[in-house]
Design a protein around this ligand. Structure first.
Ligand SMILES: C[S@@+](CC[C@H](N)C(=O)[O-])C[C@H]1O[C@@H](n2cnc3c(N)ncnc32)[C@H](O)[C@@H]1O
Length: 192
């Protein structure tokens, strides 16, 4: 699928991890879809080819504004954009599919970047700061038979995510992965 997108210095530029998610979406036409951390909006644009009911969020206001521009540029009118941390902007709402290409890199104090682009990478010391927060709240926002598709790295412990999902009642698996120099980027799917 070809989309025209603008990029900005403070917003994550789509990379292999974005496309690993975008190319493996499991969305039905009736599904209510939430993408957390939309960045430029690229994954949501792919998702919009499957369903009309897409909501996106980001903790980086620049990303929300850029996604708005990119949706317009591609004549996509029906994606709802909300600003905020994880599920805060969708407090009492549930979805059928939740997508998140997470900030998954183990990050030391000296790695921290001094602008909002930091949100794209910073997974805390063990890479799991955002992953665990996300998983803890996930089930409250999924309908029966709901599904999660998330991207992380072997550097932030895939097995821990699989175990956590199983504990929460999901059937979980690594659905796809790509090897880079020092890590595997993985797509983990969980099914209720
Ligand atoms: C790796 S980037 C992915 C961007 C885009 N989805 C893509 O695949 O190209 C992670 C995104 O999640 C956002 N993010 C990080 N922590 C977040 C949080 N707690 N709540 C909402 N968004 C968050 C970042 O600002 C960033 O846009």
């Amino acid at each position: 699928m070809d989309f025209i997108i603008d990029i900005e210095e403070t917003v994550y530029k789509p990379a292999e991890d974005s496309y690993l998610l975008a190319d493996n979406l499991e969305i039905k036409s009736t599904d209510r879809v939430l993408e957390i951390g939309t960045g430029t909006g690229i994954v949501a644009m792919y998702a919009s080819k499957f369903s009309e009911y897409i909501t996106v969020t980001d903790i980086n206001l620049d990303a929300c504004q850029l996604a708005y521009k990119n949706f317009k540029k591609n004549n996509i009118e029906n994606i709802e954009i909300l600003f905020g941390n994880l599920f805060e902007p969708v407090k009492n709402r549930k979805f059928d599919v939740i997508l998140f290409n997470l900030p998954y890199l183990p990050t030391e104090e000296y790695d921290i970047i001094d602008d909002d682009l930091n949100y794209a990478f910073d997974g805390g010391i063990d890479g799991r700061k955002v992953i665990d927060d996300f998983l803890n709240q996930l089930k409250n926002h999924l309908n029966d038979k709901g599904k999660v598709q998330l991207i992380q790295s072997s550097l932030s412990d895939n097995q821990k995510t699989l175990d956590k999902l199983e504990k929460l009642g999901f059937v979980a698996k690594i659905a796809a992965k790509e090897h880079f120099f020092f890590e595997d980027i993985t797509l983990i799917n969980g099914y209720l």
